[in-house]
Design a protein around this ligand. Structure first.
Ligand SMILES: Nc1ncnc2c1ncn2[C@@H]1O[C@H](COP(=O)(O)OP(=O)(O)OP(=O)(O)O)[C@@H](O)[C@H]1O
Ligand SMILES: [Mg+2]
Length: 225
């Protein structure tokens, strides 16, 4: 089977005033198979979010090739990339982007498109992510960690091939961190692929691979170290 995510020599430079260039990604090559749970770490500003935005087709690289779920993202038009994202990708953002006037369950259902069993699926996720007594609350009445878990459920509900998660456990206590990691790991066991940005070592026991970014350069690390 071809890899779910394939990046070949991908660079991203941000052009700043007076011609200054900031490095986002520097000749990154990466292949992720279906079912792999991949951790991405690295200091602030090292390119982690840029990597996720590039794999998610939300940002075009300056050079290189990006293929995700069989789609050449560079070749796709703007509207086809939007369709690709809706059908093949779940994204948990660093800022959750929940809809403020919808409750937890309604926010989760937003990720399901027109699936008829969306509500039942959303309730399963609500239970698995420890949100059972919060599902009627709107985001303004949730803790940061509850918002994060709602955003994760919204990304999972359509069962996309790829989940891109940017520090989804950053504000969680150990119990809820573990819950999120277990949900992501079981999604991978069923064939999904995850790129998880995290600084926490709690994830080491759950992931298959550990990658590190520094100044936009990607290296693969040993899991145990
Ligand atoms: N839209 C932009 N315009 C200019 N520079 C940007 C832009 N987005 C990111 N950068 C720069 O690109 C580099 C990588 O940013 P990125 O957001 O990918 O880092 P990160 O590893 O996710 O950091 P953090 O851990 O703080 O979230 C940084 O130097 C950042 O300032
Ligand atoms: Mg970031």
């Amino acid at each position: 089977m071809p890899p779910t995510i394939l990046l070949t020599n991908v660079s991203k430079h941000y052009l700043m005033p007076r011609g200054r260039r900031v490095v986002g990604l520097d000749k990154v090559s990466l292949s992720v198979e279906a079912g792999q749970f991949v951790l991405v770490e690295g200091p602030s500003g090292s390119g982690k979010t840029t990597l996720l935005l590039t794999v998610g087709g939300m940002q075009r690289p300056s050079s290189g090739q990006v293929t995700v779920a069989g789609y050449d993202l560079i070749a796709l038009s703007h509207s086809k990339r939007a369709k690709f994202r809706a059908e093949h990708l779940g994204f948990v953002f660093q800022m959750f982007h929940l809809v403020p006037y919808l409750n937890v369950l309604e926010n989760i259902c937003l990720g399901a498109g027109r699936k008829s069993d969306a509500k039942a699926q959303a309730r399963v996720l609500v239970d698995r992510l420890g949100l059972a007594d919060r599902w009627q609350h709107k985001p303004s009445r949730l803790s940061v960690g509850e918002c994060q878990r709602t955003a994760l459920a919204r990304a999972l509900i359509a069962r996309p091939e790829v989940i891109l998660a940017d520090e989804p456990t950053g504000n969680l206590d150990p119990e809820n961190t573990n819950r999120v990691l277990e949900v992501l790991a079981s999604y991978c066991d069923e064939g999904g692929s995850v790129l998880l940005v995290t600084h926490g070592q709690e994830a080491y026991g759950h992931v298959d691979r550990r990658l590190r970014l520094e100044n936009g350069r990607l290296t693969e690390l040993k899991l145990e170290g």
